[in-house]
Write a protein that binds this ligand. Structure first.
Ligand code: ADP
Length: 177
């Protein structure tokens, strides 16, 4: 059976954690649709279109992965694209409560669709879009959290030069910012 999976999220911005889930899903399912949620929160750093462009560039090498966006109820979107499965990533217990509730609600609304959880890769368990944005805002290094193309776009958004992201180690009395 050809299984179509939808991997929904804000992806504001995409991180190595998201890419790990996409990579692993692409091996399990015949087709993976990465679905960018529009208008979930108004205070996103990137527009839905910008998030989609980044995700498309980052997933170019996967023939069975595509990037789309949706507005409104996820389960409605899943029905429209005739997907069988919703993929979500789980990091910590704190993710579980929300995810558990959402999976049950979606099952109630659409019993034929299952939610499949992928445990975060060990190396990615501490990564979130939120953390990446916080660190970038305070001028920290985000190279371990997001791919370089995302990093560069974050810097541009924040109006910071790339060089200002490096910790200041030169000179006496230099401070790590
Ligand atoms: P949302 O706002 O829908 O939670 P996110 O972009 O934050 O959107 O996350 C999308 C999905 O990716 C969620 O299922 C989330 O748990 C998962 N995810 C985010 N970061 C990681 C990570 N580091 N490892 C595994 N899964 C992750």
């Amino acid at each position: 059976m050809r299984t179509i999976a939808v991997y929904p999220g804000s992806f504001d911005p995409p991180t190595f954690g998201h890419l790990d889930i996409i990579d692993r899903s692409s091996r399990v399912f015949s087709r993976v649709i990465v679905a960018v949620a529009k208008n979930l929160r108004k205070d996103t750093m990137f527009s839905a279109a910008e998030r989609m462009v980044m995700l498309r560039k980052l997933t170019r090498s996967y023939p069975n992965v595509e990037v789309d966006s949706f507005r409104g109820l996820l389960i409605e979107y899943v029905r429209v694209v005739e997907a069988h499965v919703v993929v979500r990533g789980l990091r910590a217990i704190s993710d579980f409560e929300n995810e558990f509730q959402m999976a049950h609600m979606n099952k109630k609304l659409s019993p034929e669709v299952d939610t499949v959880f992928m445990m975060t890769g060990e190396r990615y368990s501490y990564i979130s879009s939120h953390i990446a944005k916080e660190i970038a805002r305070f001028g920290g290094k985000v190279d371990d959290l997001v791919p370089s193309l995302v990093r560069d776009r974050m810097f541009r958004k924040l109006g910071k030069r790339k060089s200002s992201m490096e910790p200041r180690t030169a000179g006496k009395g230099a401070k790590i910012r």
